[in-house]
Design a protein around this ligand. Structure first.
Ligand code: ATP
Length: 553
C-alpha cells in the first residue's frame, strides 16, 4: 500500500526558467494570494520545463514513426530526452480551446505534485508560444486494453492472479487520487486504455486531471464533447445524464474495468448481439445469480481461478457499477478487498477478506452475499491455521499483516488532522449514506451473522485451560495463545449491532479484554487476553436471534 502525504514533493533546487521569470514580472497585476500559492508550488515542484525545440529533438521532429497514438487531448509521441537519454511520452495538446500560459502552468504544477507508483509520472511540460506539451515517463508494456482485447500473437492471455493484481494496483492509484491528496482528484476518464502496464504488468493510470487543460474548459469554451463527458461504456449514469461528477463516478468506471478483467469483454462491443454490447447492461442480470458467474469469466482463463475469488471479484464489480452513486463503495474499500483477491491462488486456497478493514460495511455485506462457498472455506481456513505447511502459514500471516498494517495506517491517518479533510468529510457522508441506506434498503429481509475472529495473547490464564480452547503459535520471543471469538450480529437488530460495533472499535484502542465463557463443567469463567491480530468472516443465517459472544469450538 502506498501512502503519500499531499504536498510531499521535494523542493526543487533549480532556478526559475524564462517562462517562470516572465510570470513573476506580471505578478503585481494579479491577485496576491493566488500568486503566492503559485510561487509556493513552483518552489515545491520537481517538474522540468522544456522548450519546444528540446521536445522536437526528442521526438525526431514529431515524426510519424514516433507517434504512439492519438487521444481526446491530442497526439502522443515517444521521445528520448537529450542528453540524459530518458525515454518519455510527449503529449502534444490540441490547441483548440486551450488555457493561457498562466492557467496552464497552474494546472500542470498541481498535476506535478501527484506522485504514486500506480500513476504515470508527469516529468515536465512545455508552454512555448501557443504550444502546450506534457512530458511523461514512458510506460513500456502497452495498455490494459492491448493486453485484454488486442492481444498480439507473441503474448499469452493474462492469468487470473495477474488480472486481480492489475485491478488492485489500479485501485491503489485511484485511492491515492481520492483519498491521499488534498483536495481529492476525480479521475473522470478511467478506462482500460488509460491503464498502462510496465514490463512487470504493474498498472499505471494515465490521463488523470487533464480535463482542465483540454478543449471545452478553457477561455474559449466549446460545445460539450465526448471527452468532457468521459467515455461511453465507462461513464457513470449520473455523469452521462446530467454531468454530475463525484468520486463515485470514478468508482463506477473502475467497476467497468474490473468487469473487463473478469470477463475479457470490452466495455462497449458493437460486434456482439444488441443485448451484449454494453458490458454493464449484459452483466447486471447475471449479478443476482452466482451459479452463472463461471459463465461470466473470460473463456481464455479456462476456469483456472478459485470459485471463491471469482465470486468476490464479481461482487466487488457489481457494487461498483450500481446505478445509485451513493450505494457504490469507497475506492479504499475496493482496494482492501482486491488486496486479498490479488493474493488468491488457482489451487483453490480460499482468500479471506478481512471485513473489519472496510470503512463502509455495505462492502462486507456484498462480499459475504456473493460468497457461495463460505462454509467449506471456513473449514479450509481452520485447516490452514493448524497446517504445518510454511507456505500456507506465510500466506495467511502475510494477509493478516496487511490487515494490521491497514488498521495502523487508518488510525494514523485519522490522527493526522492536517490533510485529507475534504475527502474525509466526503467519505463520512458516503459512509453515512451508503452504509445505512444500502443496508436498510437492500438487506431488510435478510439477517446477518458476522463472525469477528480475534487472536489474543494470553495474559493471565494457564496454558492448560487455553490448550483445550484455542490453537497455539510460537515465535522466537514468546508463545502466543490464539483464541477465537465469534460475535454474532443480527442485522435486523440495528441497535444491538451498533452497540456491538462500538465495542469492537473501542477494543482497537484498548486491546485488553475479558472474555466470559462456560467451561465443560458449566461454570462461568473469565479470562483476560491482549489482542494481537484480528480477522473477520461474514455469513448469513436465515434466522438469527440476538447477539452472543462465545468461543469458537
Ligand atoms: N506515458 C505513456 N507511455 C507509453 N505510452 C503512452 C503514454 N501515454 C500515452 N501513451 C499511449 O499513447 C496513445 C494515446 O494515448 P492517449 O492517452 O492520448 O489516448 P487514449 O488513451 O488512447 O484515448 P483518450 O484520450 O480518449 O484517453 C495510447 O496508445 C497510449 O497507450
Amino acid at each position: 500500500m502506498h501512502c503519500f502525504p499531499c504536498f510531499s514533493t521535494p523542493k526543487s533546487k533549480k532556478s526559475p526558467t524564462r517562462n517562470e521569470t516572465n510570470d513573476n514580472e506580471s505578478r503585481p497585476h494579479a491577485n496576491e494570494n493566488k500568486h503566492a500559492e503559485e510561487a509556493e508550488q513552483l518552489e515545491e515542484t520537481t517538474l522540468k520545463t522544456f522548450t519546444f525545440r528540446e521536445l522536437a529533438t526528442a521526438t525526431k521532429n514529431f515524426r510519424q514513426e514516433c507517434l504512439l497514438g492519438e487521444g481526446g487531448f491530442g497526439r502522443v509521441y515517444k521521445g528520448t530526452l537529450q542528453p540524459t537519454g530518458q525515454v518519455v511520452a510527449v503529449k502534444q495538446l490540441d490547441k483548440h480551446g486551450l488555457h493561457g500560459n498562466k492557467e496552464f502552468q497552474a494546472e500542470v504544477l498541481s498535476l506535478g505534485r501527484l506522485d504514486h507508483p500506480n500513476l504515470v509520472k508527469l516529468v515536465g511540460y512545455c508552454a512555448d508560444g501557443d504550444q502546450r506539451l506534457l512530458v511523461y515517463d514512458y510506460v513500456t508494456g502497452g495498455s490494459l486494453q492491448d493486453h485484454l482485447h488486442e492481444l498480439k500473437s507473441d503474448r499469452g492471455p493474462m492469468d487470473w492472479t495477474t488480472r486481480m493484481q492489475i485491478a488492485y494496483g489500479a485501485a491503489q492509484g485511484l485511492d491515492y487520487l481520492h483519498d491521499k491528496v488534498n483536495p481529492p482528484v476525480i479521475y473522470r476518464d478511467l478506462k482500460a486504455s488509460n491503464v498502462l502496464l510496465d514490463d512487470d504488468l504493474c498498472p499505471k493510470l494515465s490521463d488523470f486531471g487533464l480535463h482542465k487543460l483540454g478543449p471545452g474548459t478553457g477561455d474559449k469554451m466549446v460545445a460539450v464533447t465526448s471527452r468532457v463527458m468521459g467515455t461511453y461504456g465507462y461513464s457513470a449514469p449520473e455523469y452521462t445524464r446530467g454531468g454530475n461528477l463525484t468520486l463515485k463516478s470514478d468508482v463506477y468506471s473502475f467497476g467497468v474495468v474490473l468487469l473487463e478483467l473478469i470477463t475479457g469483454r470490452r466495455a462497449l462491443d458493437t460486434t456482439r448481439p444488441n443485448d451484449e454490447q454494453n458490458l454493464v447492461s449484459w452483466a447486471q442480470p447475471l449479478f443476482g445469480d452466482p451459479k452463472r458467474y463461471p459463465d461470466m469469466a473470460d473463456p481464455v482463463l479456462e476456469n483456472k481461478f478459485s470459485e471463491r475469488g471469482l465470486n468476490q471479484a464479481v461482487a466487488i464489480a457489481s457494487m461498483c457499477v450500481q446505478e445509485e452513486a451513493t450505494t457504490r463503495p469507497l475506492i479504499s474499500d475496493v482496494m482492501v478487498a482486491l488486496s486479498f483477491l490479488s493474493m488468491s491462488t488457482e489451487d483453490g486456497v480460499p482468500t479471506t477478506v478481512p471485513i473489519l478493514s472496510f470503512r463502509d460495511k455495505s462492502m462486507s455485506i456484498a462480499l459475504s452475499r456473493h460468497d457461495s462457498d463460505l462454509a467449506s472455506s471456513k473449514l479450509a481456513v481452520e485447516d490452514e491455521k493448524s497446517s504445518t505447511s510454511s507456505d500456507k502459514e506465510s500466506s495467511v500471516d502475510s494477509m493478516k499483516e496487511r490487515v494490521i498494517k491497514r488498521e495502523e495506517e487508518d488510525s494514523s491517518s485519522e490522527s493526522d488532522d492536517g490533510s485529507g479533510s475534504n475527502s474525509d468529510e466526503e467519505h463520512e457522508e458516503d459512509r453515512n449514506s451508503s452504509s445505512t441506506e444500502a443496508i436498510d434498503e437492500k438487506n431488510q429481509a435478510q439477517s446477518l451473522k458476522i463472525n469477528y475472529r480475534y487472536s489474543w495473547e494470553e495474559v493471565d490464564v494457564s496454558d492448560e485451560k487455553l490448550s483445550s480452547k484455542g490453537s497455539q503459535k510460537s515465535n522466537d520471543e514468546s508463545i502466543y495463545s490464539c483464541y477465537d471469538i465469534d460475535v454474532d450480529h443480527d442485522d435486523s437488530l440495528r441497535n444491538k449491532e451498533k452497540k456491538e460495533e462500538e465495542n469492537i472499535h473501542s477494543s482497537k484502542s484498548d486491546d485488553d479484554q475479558s472474555v466470559y465463557f462456560d467451561d465443560e463443567s458449566g461454570d462461568d469463567n473469565e479470562i483476560s487476553f491482549h489482542r494481537i491480530k484480528s480477522e473477520v468472516d461474514v455469513d448469513y443465517v436465515e434466522d438469527d436471534s440476538g447477539t452472543s459472544l462465545h468461543p469458537v469450538k
